[in-house]
Write a protein that binds this ligand. Sequence first.
Ligand SMILES: [Zn+2]
Length: 105
Amino acid sequence: MADRNRVRCSCPRCTIRGLMGPAIIITIGLLLLLDQTRGGYLDFGNTWPVILLVIGAISLASALAPMTGHIVDTPAPPVPPVPPVPPMATPGTPAWQPPQNRQDQ
Ligand SMILES: [Zn+2]
């Protein structure tokens, strides 16, 4: 499950941080479900701060989690520029044969 994270790291901090999105979606779904089924006091207008609580709690948990085994996403090394090909090396156009190749006759 944790391998679906954008950051390919399985340390506790990155794992908890990867749960942020699904937790927010589940929280919003639950709050809307309560809003639709119960209503009244559990109206979404009353329960929406729970989303902030979930975000804050997960942020706090990820900040407190250790980073043991953290994999730093190193950027790819820069590709060296391809040197320009000299124009005389273009194959397929044998316009001129050197005469010294015929000395074996
Ligand atoms: Zn990590």
